[in-house]
Design a protein around this ligand. Structure first.
Ligand code: HEC
Length: 190
């Protein structure tokens, strides 16, 4: 009887072994995760050039816009060389989004979300294009080319005239039709 009980106890210990092993392995895993959080030991410090390339936010009031200027007339050439292949003739869309030429408003069953119907701030066109477009080579356009292509996209959306000069002071003043179509949920920290 005594022997049988001891045998049972040993069996129970053995049965518990996988659980214990799993727990130990798991605690190692958690431990290494915690360590990784403290010292990821990955990557390398960003160079001043890299920081400059990415620290380029532009705000709706124009803060962050660089020097330079352009018109839609000039921007058409930039568009044809760098954008047309994906965004189509006059920005009406191709393999990539339509940027102009909306046939339907935002409240229609199938809305056209172009720059003209949807975007609340004109400065975002410059910001987005500078950081992300052309998709296959972002960062290659000069500030003058960026102002010009921004002017052209505004022109295609009937928001500026062909020879209006778009620069750091005129761009934030372009009133976008959907300017008040968004609800601001941002709560500044106290
Ligand atoms: C190789 C293809 C390609 C080229 C060239 C290209 N784009 Fe784009 N573009 C895209 C794609 C794809 C998207 C959608 C990206 C996304 O949603 O993240 C996009 C998105 C955009 C948007 C945002 C559209 C929206 O409503 O969300 C703008 C503005 C834009 N591109 C402007 C330009 C401009 C200006 C150029 C030329 C300087 C350009 N693109 C060149 C592929 C391209």
């Amino acid at each position: 009887m005594f022997m049988r009980n001891r045998f049972k106890t040993r069996l129970a210990v053995l049965k518990g072994l996988p659980v214990v092993t799993t727990a130990i392995v798991f605690s190692f895993f958690i431990n290494s995760l915690a360590q990784a959080e403290n010292s990821p030991n990955l990557g390398k410090p960003a160079s001043p050039q890299l920081e400059k390339r990415w620290n380029l936010d532009i705000f709706p009031d124009g803060t962050g816009l660089p020097a330079g200027s352009g018109t839609a007339a000039l921007g058409k050439k930039v568009y044809q060389q760098y954008c047309l292949s994906c965004h189509g003739v006059d920005g009406t869309g191709d393999s990539a989004d339509e940027l102009a030429g909306a046939k339907h408003g935002l409240t229609d069953a199938i809305p056209d979300k172009t720059i003209g119907t949807y975007w609340p701030y004109a400065t975002t066109i410059f910001d987005f294009t500078r950081r992300a477009m052309p998709l296959n080579a972002p960062g290659i356009l000069t500030n003058d080319q960026l102002y010009a292509v921004t002017a052209y996209l505004l022109y295609l959306n009937h928001l500026v005239k062909e020879n209006d000069v778009i620069n750091a002071s005129t761009l934030p003043k372009v009133k976008m039709p959907n300017r008040n179509g968004f609800i601001n949920h941002y709560q500044p920290p106290h």
